[in-house]
Design a protein around this ligand. Structure first.
Ligand code: GUN
Ligand code: FE
Length: 454
């Protein structure tokens, strides 16, 4: 297949490449075979022997191809609760809203309903890769992996571990249970997708307060033994940090709790990182662990404003996370906007250098996220050898009379006189899932709106 038309992707944190006349060839395996810039369709095809009969997919509705989004932190199990958090903060939110819902996904029928919906919904928002938390239940967790594989979403799927300070109705009974069940889910996911072409397991201690030191160490050992990725929460809210201090008095810091357990490695995704100390930033950087910035959640649960500029400048890989349902939206585009907003609130105190630009948040949503999940050579941009994980973005045109030029319900009006940079900015601020006309993962069409024409 040759994808024809404008494409946009990040070249570096600050630089977005906008190619207004592109041709990207994708082979049967879903790998990008060539990327041509500024050539006519005919020349693009003629230049590549054997591609004469390739299927052509053209950008429609004044749009462009953009790499699929990477959601580096999302609780699939909490999707039914998006928008439901009242005035709670983290620790009471967990007990009031979250544990009861997660516990209910013990029922496979309910898990199927929730997980089918969340995977479809995130695909419709252009999320081609997600790092998911499921629940403590092995069968439901495995079902989430099945659903990702069937719907074609790239995913890390984690069975949640929590053996202390958790409700009786929803917890691991022992360290042995946590390890055994984690192992069972790892084995299952490795069996259904042996090469981890699409779906991979991820070791998931919920966060330090819900795991004993023994449990964290056992999971660190499992990580060392299996080489599987890990994910957890860190330094999200102040009472949580105080609790960690109380529970782990022998440890220097929250980050040190994970480090002592052997969990602070290049394959660890740490969500939030709102209140890290300078020493913790240094330690995380040294260990090569990654950070998922969850701006909507941090605001909703009034956890705080992460100082993302500082994290990036320290050299830590940073991506964006919806943190559904601490975060109210399953859209990474919405997170890009929220990341811009939060950076402005930080800037009101710390100065203008804290502000993130449109280009920077789009980098975090794609290339940054790819680094966070360890797939920077495979996804996040349009390069030869990478997989075609992409979305077709459509922008509506305004006619001479001021009416929408087509029947599309596109939320972004394009007048025709904007620069391409401005079109992209308009998409970032006004776009939503209606702008995402079609989505591919590894070359497979995994979502399309009714206006997608083949
Ligand atoms: N810390 C421990 N569990 C959770 C969770 O489910 N969501 C968020 N945002 N923080 C957590
Ligand atoms: Fe979370």
């Amino acid at each position: 297949t040759i994808y024809l038309g404008p494409f946009v992707h990040s070249q570096s944190l600050a630089e977005l490449e906008i190619c207004t006349q592109g041709a990207i060839g994708v082979d049967e395996k879903g790998t990008i075979a060539f990327v041509e810039r500024d050539v006519t369709e005919a020349i693009a095809v003629a230049k590549h022997e054997g591609w004469e009969s390739a299927e052509l997919v053209r950008v429609q509705d004044n749009g462009f191809f953009f790499p699929g989004f990477i959601d580096t932190h999302i609780h699939a199990s909490q999707y039914p609760n998006t928008g439901i958090f009242g005035k709670s903060t983290l620790l009471d939110w967990l007990n009031t809203y979250t544990f009861p819902l997660e516990s209910s996904l013990h029922a496979l029928s309910r898990a199927r309903q929730v997980y089918s919906r969340v995977v479809s919904r995130t695909l419709s928002h252009g999320t081609t890769t997600a790092a998911y938390y499921a629940t403590v239940h092995v069968a439901s967790t495995n079902l989430l992996a099945d659903i990702c594989l069937a719907k074609g979403q790239r995913a890390f799927v984690g069975r949640v571990c929590m053996n202390t300070l958790s409700p009786d109705y929803y917890r691991d009974a022992s360290v042995e249970d946590a390890v055994r069940d984690s192992r069972a889910s790892i084995d299952y996911i490795r069996k259904i997708d042996p090469g981890a072409e699409l779906v991979a397991p991820i070791i998931t201690p919920r966060f330090a307060p819900s795991c004993t030191a023994e449990c964290l160490s056992a999971l660190g050992e499992l990580h060392r033994e299996t080489g599987v990725h890990c994910q957890t929460h860190i330094s999200e809210n102040k009472p949580e940090i105080a609790l960690v201090k109380e529970l782990f008095p022998e440890r220097k810091s929250y980050a040190d709790v994970y480090d002592a357990a052997g969990l602070l490695t290049p394959k660890m995704i740490l969500a939030h990182a709102v209140h890290l100390t300078g020493d913790e930033v240094e330690l995380i950087k040294e260990r090569g662990a990654k950070i998922s910035h969850c701006p909507a959640s941090n605001t909703a649960l009034t956890s705080g404003c992460a100082r993302v500029r500082e994290l990036i400048e320290s050299g830590i890989a940073v991506g964006l996370g919806t943190d559904v349902s601490g975060g109210f939206s399953p859209s990474v585009l919405e997170m890009a906007r929220q990341a811009i907003w939060v950076s402005r609130f930080v800037a009101m105190n710390d100065g203008d250098q804290a502000k993130l630009s449109t280009e920077e948040v789009l980098y975090l949503a794609t290339r940054g996220g790819a680094k966070v999940v360890g797939l920077e050579n495979k996804i996040g941009g349009f390069e030869v050898g990478m997989d075609w994980d992409a979305q077709m973005i459509g922008l509506g045109a305004v006619s001479e009379s001021g009416e929408a030029a087509s029947e599309s319900e596109d939320p972004v009006d394009v007048w025709g006189w904007e620069s391409w940079d401005d079109r992209v900015a308009k998409w970032v601020y006004n776009g939503d899932d209606r702008s995402t006309v079609a989505v591919w993962v590894k070359g497979r069409l995994v979502h399309q709106t009714s206006r997608y024409q083949r």
